[in-house]
Design a protein around this ligand. Structure first.
Ligand code: AKG
Ligand code: FE2
Length: 275
């Protein structure tokens, strides 16, 4: 396996790995790279849906997403799609997937199936770099704090997506979610400290109302969103991205109206997070 930086502070472009067969020590190297750099981009892959599922099982297991439409014959695969007629996309705001779960998913393996002629990139931020670059005063201020995460305001019948043209295809609108995680978690595998709050699913710090929490949360989010921490995945046919939800945030650009984009996502099982 060879790899090159995707951007200065996040991500890796990987060469010399065939995801349809990677296993053993080569798979361990790839996992370690994803945990460390946050996202690995692999080109010219030829994963069938069965290969995609087998890879996720070799990686460590699958969490079925409760909200996205599932691929008909393969319920392990969620469809992240936008038709030429739709105006809203999935994931078009900075977030980390599944932070509203008690045991949040480790990450995802996203396979490009239909791409627009241009646009539709996915942006990533490294949350270890975001934490490290906080000033000492802010690090002291957030030490020991926890935050509440939920997806209910996003997916419920009166939530964000229900008001849009993605609403009709989403599932799970009656589910109730909620989890408390430290603001700063230690990566379960690398031990690195990571800022673990995100603008989509984090509502408040524990012990404070939403209104009282927002000044601090918005300061942390604005800090993390700085362009120098970002990397960009430009999709091509055959591109697969594997990301770590603890190490990164991501953002799906919605700049290809009038064109279809369809991705196959398998969500990888994670572990409980601690400070
Ligand atoms: O479509 C993408 O590039 C990513 C969408 C997203 O947020 C996700 O699949 O978790
Ligand atoms: Fe996402």
């Amino acid at each position: 396996m060879e790899w090159f930086p995707l951007a200065d502070r996040v991500g890796a472009e990987v060469r010399g790995v065939d995801l349809a067969t990677v296993a053993g020590a080569a798979l361990d190297d790839l996992k370690a790279l994803v945990w460390d750099k946050g996202v690995a981009v692999l080109r010219d892959q030829t994963l069938t849906p069965e290969d995609h599922i087998a890879l996720a099982n070799r990686w460590g297991g699958i969490d079925i997403n409760n909200y996205f439409p599932l691929e008909g014959e393969h319920p392990e695969i969620a469809i992240v799609g936008k038709t030429p007629e739709q105006t809203t996309n999935i994931g078009g705001g900075w977030h980390t997937d599944h932070s509203y779960d008690q045991v949040p998913a480790m990450g995802s393996i996203l396979v490009a199936r239909t791409l627009p002629p241009k646009g539709g990139d996915t942006l990533f931020i490294h949350m270890g770099e975001a934490y490290d670059s906080l000033d000492d005063g802010t690090k002291a201020e957030i030490e020991g704090l926890s935050a509440f995460h939920t997806a209910d305001h996003i997916y419920s019948p009166d939530g964000v997506y229900a008001q849009t043209d993605q609403g009709a295809t989403l599932r799970g609108q009656d589910l109730k979610t909620g989890a408390v995680h430290p603001l700063v978690v230690r990566h379960p595998r690398t031990g690195r400290r990571l800022l673990y709050v995100n603008p989509s699913f984090t509502l408040n710090t524990v012990g404070r109302s939403r209104a009282d929490s927002l000044p601090l949360l918005q300061r942390l989010w604005a800090h993390a969103m700085r362009e120098e921490l970002q990397g960009r995945v430009e999709w091509r046919d055959g591109t697969v991205a594997i990301w770590d939800n603890r190490t990164t945030w991501h953002y799906a650009m919605n700049d290809y109206h009038g064109h279809a984009r369809e991705m196959h996502r398998i969500t990888l099982t994670g572990e409980a997070l601690a400070a």
